[in-house]
Design a protein around this ligand. Structure first.
Ligand SMILES: [Zn+2]
Ligand SMILES: [Zn+2]
Length: 833
């Protein structure tokens, strides 16, 4: 008895080790074919991880989704590209170096090895031959190469600017890396503002195209597209020059409502507007007040919510001239006007703008209505914001609609050369300089004679020195490595200094997925012909937290590469899927909360198949998943049942081979019907609905029905070919979700080839169809028609079938249907008057 029990035990550890070894010994298994393949191509990609050293459950889930899809596409006969790599530059390596005195490179490569082992243990079908590691020179040299191409085209440039500075990271952050005023890596650290000379990528040159492209990305989640639209923030409006009374200077303002310009009762400048500096030079009292405004603005920026600033202003005593009517309006300086948005100056129209109204009320500035509602006799309530109105108090423009007035006022400004139509974007250029060590060196050289000189292509890569002492001192660590800094100028051969800033790590992730297609190319970043075959990515899968970071940068990068003639596609990915988070007890897993579930622990207790399958089963992929260990145990028990039933009847299935039964009936028919319905459902879900949780549930139902027929299977009442068809297809359906067990059972069923190359099962619609029964339909007690519906159809379906019947429709036409009584499986009674 003990032996028999032993035999009946599902042993995931043994099964999974066996298959992991076999797969590792077969490098061709997960390799894609070349572009000359006769199969259709399919590029499925999961976002590459940062090598922290440990996979977390969010990774396990993200990759389980992608892996299920990749495996199913392989089985459907596609040429699948399914790569993996490492986003390997970044600050944690430097922090670890400080803490443990381990060199960043060593620390990073050690983490990569550990995480790769975890991924292999979990059985993800990655082609490791195309692995990309962004911190290695064979990859980052191409970051440098792209930087130089962008520099040549004016898309990479240097300027002094106000930057976000994280004191914890001791580096600059991009706008996209500031979340609610704090560092994206240090949620509790307030970001400061500093003035530094920085390198930028001119992403704004593509603002309009990045915006328009979103309309075509209908395979992307609407929420991601909306976030990007808001981030790009396009406004259409007018720029107008107000004159300075008594001087030649002009004050250019941007407004989206030039139709309200006759209601402008002040002009307001940002505290950093150049004209303010000029006013202050002659007025120390004013300077003192302006310094106060600047201080308030800085604090609000650091608090991350400029919109919530307590609005303050200071009158300068100077006046501006409205170019349309020569009217003099006072010039104020206000703490909520920003120098880096629009022109750093606005016209204030309190009657028609909330913020201006609030400000004018506070400082008793005139409020003059110039738009009135079309239908209202009086003016309505101020401020009147709507553009659904007509102009008043606006000279020759009176009685025009807002839209028409905007057009005519713009034309006047253009004709008289004091303004023009203008589109502005909220999107700013991408600041890529980092004063850090562990990143791609920027390939530029400072020469005293020649100024800024680009490193020639044949001197790439500029290698990141490995011997470096990481300290907490400020400034770029590379600046303290004389062997790196001191070089010769490529132009004059005189002594020169290398740029010591490194690139933002989002540069690395902006194009890594192109490199996968041609990862070993030593001459170019990739062969354009190979990329042309594989792109765009058919399905990209990752977290929504990248919506305005990586997912905007990589779209920009693709457009730059297209304009360099390297790629043909406008967008990197056709479809994007953003999975939900994995949480525990209702909260995000974090060390501080002590609610972290380790994938290793789950795998050692229940097996990789159970951990993966649970992460697909416990919630729809786009929703958050609350991790329940009971659930993993439940999936493990289920896989044990699958293992037992397939193992038990595998000998029967093997004797039947590929025979099928011509006209199954009774229990055989019922089982085959369930099988083919399950195949149909899962196949449809893989087409894009991705209800993987319900797919796993459907497999469980199928297994229940097979188990319920255990005695009939044992007695031979269910014929061997039926048993064969059931078990073979069950195992095939399981393959995307529990690949180890599927491989093991496939072999158990006498199959020699890899299950990954076995064709995905096809549903037989004839078998999947439910039996039909006839149901009489009576109207006021009289039999009128008989309808055919599926056996077991629900009352709603039966009612719909009855009401759709031609004869029934004739009889009830023009009458009132008072009542419908459905007796499921028996009859439909209609009462009409
Ligand atoms: Zn930070
Ligand atoms: Zn020189």
């Amino acid at each position: 008895m003990a032996d028999e029990k032993e035999q009946l035990r599902y042993d995931p550890a043994a099964i999974e080790q066996k298959w992991q070894e076999r797969w590792a010994a077969d490098p061709a298994l997960y390799a894609a074919e070349t572009a000359s393949s006769s199969k259709p191509k399919y590029y499925v990609l999961e976002m590459l991880p940062y090598p922290s050293g440990q996979l977390h459950m969010g990774h396990v889930r993200n990759y389980a989704i992608g892996d299920a899809l990749a495996r199913q596409m392989w089985m459907r006969g596609y040429n699948v590209l399914h790569p993996m790599g490492w986003d390997a530059f970044g600050l944690p390596a430097e922090n670890a170096a400080l803490k443990n005195n381990t060199p960043p490179r060593e620390w990073t490569l050690g983490n990569i090895a550990a995480m790769k082992r975890q991924m292999q243990r979990l059985g993800y079908a990655y082609n490791w031959a195309t692995e990309v590691t962004t911190c290695l020179p064979d990859y980052y040299r191409w970051n440098q190469w792209f930087f130089l191409r962008m520099y040549e085209k004016g898309l990479a440039y240097r300027k002094k600017s106000k930057v976000n500075w994280c004191p914890e990271c001791a580096t600059v952050l991009a706008n996209e890396q500031v979340i609610d005023g704090c560092c994206w890596r240090h949620e509790d650290t307030r970001v400061e503002q500093r003035d530094l000379v920085q390198w930028f990528f001119r992403i704004t040159a593509y603002a309009q195209e990045l915006l328009e492209g979103l309309d075509k990305l209908d395979g992307w989640p609407e929420k991601v597209r909306t976030m990007q639209r808001n981030w790009i923030g396009r406004s259409e409006g007018t720029e107008v020059d107000f004159g300075l009374e008594g001087g030649p200077e002009k004050i250019r303002v941007f407004t989206t409502r030039v139709d309200t310009i006759f209601g402008a009762t002040s002009v307001q400048l940002a505290p950093e507007h150049p004209l303010v500096a000029a006013f202050c030079a002659a007025d120390s009292a004013l300077k003192h007040q302006i310094d106060g405004l600047l201080d308030e603005q800085r604090k609000a920026r650091e608090a991350g919510d400029l919109g919530a600033i307590d609005k303050h202003g200071v009158p300068t005593g100077k006046f501006a001239v409205n170019p349309y009517n020569g009217e003099l309006v006072p010039i104020w300086v206000a703490n909520y006007i920003l120098m880096d948005y629009g022109t750093g100056a606005i016209m204030s129209v309190p009657a028609h703008d909330e913020r201006d109204f609030e400000f004018a009320t506070k400082y008793a500035i005139e409020i003059r209505q110039v738009i009135k509602p079309v239908l209202g006799e009086e003016g309505g309530v101020l401020p009147f914001i709507s553009e659904d109105g007509v102009l008043v108090n606006s000279g020759k423009y009176d009685r025009l609609s807002c839209a028409e007035a905007q057009k005519q006022l713009q034309e006047t400004a253009t004709r008289e050369q004091f303004g023009e139509a203008k589109i502005i974007f909220r999107l700013k250029d991408w600041g890529v300089s980092r004063q850090r060590y562990w990143g791609t060196p920027i390939p530029m050289i400072h020469c005293e004679r020649d100024g800024m000189v680009a490193v020639p292509d044949d001197q790439l890569p500029v290698i990141l020195p490995e011997k470096i002492e990481i300290t907490q001192q400020g400034g770029s660590p590379l600046g303290r490595v004389p062997e790196f800094v001191n070089t010769t100028c490529p132009k004059c051969s005189g002594p020169a200094r290398r740029e010591t800033d490194t690139m933002d790590t989002f540069v690395d992730s902006s194009w890594y997925f192109y490199r996968y297609t041609d990862a070993k190319n030593a001459n170019v970043p990739f062969d354009p012909a190979i990329v042309k075959y594989w792109f765009p990515i058919d399905q990209y899968i990752g977290g929504v937290e990248h919506a305005i970071l990586h997912l905007i940068y990589s779209r920009f990068w693709t457009k730059v590469m297209r304009d360099l003639g390297l790629v043909k596609n406008d967008e990197p990915a056709q479809r994007l899927f953003t999975q939900g988070m994995v949480i525990k007890d209702g909260a995000k897993m974090s060390k501080s909360k002590g609610n972290v579930i380790s994938p290793d622990d789950m795998v050692s207790r229940y097996g990789a198949d159970s951990a993966r399958m649970y992460s697909l089963f416990a919630a729809p992929p786009d929703r958050d998943l609350d991790w329940q260990e009971d659930g993993v145990a439940g999936v493990s028990r289920f896989l044990g049942r699958v293992w037992r039933i397939v193992t038990k009847y595998a000998p029967v299935a093997r004797t039947a081979g590929a025979q099928t039964v011509d006209a199954p009936a009774g229990l055989s028919l019922r089982l085959l019907r369930k099988l083919h319905q399950t195949i149909a459902k899962i196949t449809l879900d893989f087409e894009g609905r991705w209800h993987f949780n319900t797919d796993v549930a459907a497999i469980m139902e199928l297994v229940n029905e097979i188990q319920d027929a255990d005695s009939q299977l044992a007695s031979g009442e269910v014929a061997a070919p039926v048993v064969g068809e059931l078990l073979r297809n069950l195992v095939l359906l399981l393959a995307p979700f529990a690949p180890f067990l599927a491989a093991e059972l496939w072999e158990e069923l006498g199959e020699n080839g890899a299950i990954l190359r076995a064709p995905w099962p096809k549903s037989d619609p004839g078998l999947a169809k439910e039996d039909e029964i006839e149901i009489p339909v009576q109207i006021n007690g009289k039999l009128v028609a008989v309808v055919r519906v599926a056996a077991g159809a629900d009352p709603k379906t039966i009612e719909a079938a009855a009401l759709a019947n031609e004869k029934v429709r004739e009889r009830i036409a023009g009458k009132t249907l008072v009542k419908v009584i459905v007796v499921p499986g028996r009859a439909v009674n209609l009462v009409v008057k």
